[in-house]
Design a protein around this ligand. Structure first.
Ligand code: XBP
Ligand code: MG
Length: 255
């Protein structure tokens, strides 16, 4: 049994609840800014989250809901331009402090760092978005907590493919058995398990009803001593996630 050496965090939905009031709002602002009458409601966005990656999500939306745009010869450039603008709006929202970290995230980052664990990020979102969130929530050099930030288009295939976790493992020079991933979605879990990494799932409003076969546990939040987590699958010894709990989950459970 390998010792736990690194925690690999997903970002969207895991470190922070960024989708509903962050990414979705930024997409809608970019659409409006470009003179498009596309508008993604909270409910529609929940369906579109089945597709990871902002550009890929917009393409799916065009296919499903705006077929007139599908035949445009410049569709790819149009989507790329919308996505650049969306990233600007998203970074702006983060700079305004629109989205806090989820309960327990900052405490766990501090505890793990103090104990000498390596921290990394494996996310589908654009690197600028991660940087802006970490700056806004953990301070101007919030990124310093993470030895590796694997994000966005650096790999051929986004989650649920394992590529981004494989990339993070290679950068960390660690074996999957030495790591534990923290994810919030079925696509994220498939990605981390695909890379052979044991995974704890913390659900949110968009992912609560998904299924998580193979997760070491599923909880509603990392929790705090005075704000206990609810266990949805598996069991915890404590009622919030701290380092001993993560080490126990990593030791006890097989994929
Ligand atoms: C996050 C995503 C991303 C964000 C938008 O998934 O799917 O597409 O919604 O980011 P995960 P971009 O949490 O599984 O990594 O628009 O920058 O792609
Ligand atoms: Mg996620």
């Amino acid at each position: 049994m390998s010792e736990l050496k690194a925690l690999i965090f997903d970002v969207d939905g895991t470190l922070a609840d960024t989708e509903r009031h962050g990414h979705r709002v930024a997409f809608n602002r970019a659409f409006k800014d470009a003179g498009l009458d596309w508008r993604w409601s909270e409910e529609r966005y929940g369906e579109l989250l089945a597709v990871t990656g902002g550009k890929e999500r917009m393409l799916r939306y065009v296919k499903e809901s705006e077929p007139a745009f599908e035949s445009r010869p410049d569709l790819e450039q149009m989507i790329a331009a919308l996505h650049r603008r969306k990233t600007e709006f998203y970074v702006e929202l983060m700079e305004q402090g629109a989205i806090p970290l989820r309960p327990g995230a900052e405490r766990l980052i501090g505890e793990a760092t103090a104990a000498g664990l390596i921290l990394a990020i494996a996310t589908t979102t654009t690197p600028a978005n991660v940087a802006a969130l970490l700056r806004a929530t953990l301070g101007p050099d919030g990124a310093k907590f993470f030895s590796v930030i694997a994000a966005g288009d650096i790999v051929p295939q986004k989650k649920p493919a394992p590529d981004i976790y494989d990339y993070a493992l290679a950068e960390l020079a660690l074996a999957p058995e030495e790591c534990l991933a923290i994810e919030d979605s079925d696509n994220g879990l498939r990605s981390s398990l695909g890379a052979g990494i044991k995974t704890l799932v913390t659900v949110n409003g968009y992912t609560r009803d998904q299924r998580f076969p193979g997760a070491v546990a599923v909880i509603d939040q990392l929790g705090e001593p005075d704000a206990p987590a609810t266990v949805l699958q598996g069991s915890l010894e404590n009622n919030y996630i701290d380092l001993p709990e993560l080490q126990r989950l990593h030791r006890m459970t097989r994929i």
